[in-house]
Every structure is written in structure tokens, then in C-alpha cells.
Design a protein around this ligand. Structure first.
Ligand code: SF4
Ligand code: SF4
Length: 140
């Protein structure tokens, strides 16, 4: 991690690095409007998840915070932010790009990426099973 005297360094070309990755191409379009955060179902229930703040950190060059922190792993990949973004930034795809960079550059282990993908799939299956049970048990 790029850190000197306990102070994390800014990496000015971080946004360009993100833009060069599949899924990250539109990162520079962001004007930090916050629509992604306003429509995000995870932000609604988690104080420590804010897509707009992640975008701000990317544009500010806070590479260590973004790739080494926990935020990029909390995204549920529902793509609501993609549908609501006025600049076609495609934040959900940027998250995928950032996760790949985090693993490739040694910030996080590949197992975390696999476990997060599996947890997402399992939670969707669990939701479907619960709804199916509710439908089956409902009167009428
Ligand atoms: S990613 Fe899109 S919705 Fe989110 S802050 Fe940037 S421009 Fe706004
Ligand atoms: S894809 Fe991720 S960041 Fe976008 S709205 Fe869904 S949970 Fe939030």
C-alpha cells in the first residue's frame, strides 16, 4: 500500500487507471451528483456505503482507500445506480473493475472476491425461496 509516514499518498493517475479497465471507461464523466447514492438499496441500510463518496475518492486519487477499503465489496450489483446516473458512468461496472484491481494489486485476496460473489448469489436464491414460500402459504 502506498503509505509514507503513516499518511496515505494520493495517486493522481488513479482515475486514468480505472478508465483504462473494462467497465471503468466512463469514470471521468462523473460530476458527483449523488444520484447513485440516492437510489442505492445498500446505502439505504448501511451508513458505511456511499457510491458518490467512492467516486469522489477515485477522482481525488485516493487509491489505497478505494482498493484497500471495504466499500467496493458491499455493492450488491443490482445496477440501480446505472439506470439512474445522468452521465452513464456505470458505477456497478466500475465496482467490478475496482474489485479486479484490488485483487490483482494485492490489496485483497482472491478468496474475498469469490466469497462475495457466492454470497450475492446465495442471497438472491434465499430471497426467491422465501417469496415462493410466502406466495404458497398466502390465502387466495
Ligand atoms: S456516478 Fe453518476 S449518479 Fe453517481 S455521482 Fe457520478 S454522475 Fe452522479
Ligand atoms: S449496483 Fe451497487 S452501488 Fe449500484 S445501486 Fe446497486 S448496490 Fe448500490
Amino acid at each position: 500500500m502506498a503509505e509514507a509516514n503513516g499518511v496515505k499518498k494520493l495517486v493522481s493517475n488513479f482515475k486514468d487507471e480505472v478508465a483504462s479497465r473494462p467497465g471503468g471507461e466512463n469514470v471521468l464523466n462523473c460530476f458527483l451528483c449523488g444520484s447513485c447514492t440516492a437510489c442505492c438499496p445498500i446505502s439505504e441500510i448501511a451508513d458505511n456505503y456511499n457510491p458518490r463518496l467512492v467516486m469522489r475518492r477515485i477522482l481525488a486519487g485516493m487509491k489505497d482507500d478505494v482498493l484497500g477499503g471495504g466499500e467496493i465489496w458491499r455493492c450488491y450489483q443490482c445496477h440501480s445506480c446505472v439506470a439512474h446516473c445522468p452521465q452513464d458512468v456505470r458505477f456497478a461496472d466500475i465496482v467490478r473493475a475496482l474489485r479486479g484491481m484490488s485483487v490483482e494489486q494485492g490489496y485483497r485476496d482472491a478468496k474475498l472476491a469469490e466469497d462475495v460473489d457466492r454470497a450475492g448469489e446465495e442471497s438472491r436464491r434465499e430471497l426467491l425461496e422465501r417469496v415462493n414460500a410466502l406466495i404458497a402459504s398466502a390465502a387466495g
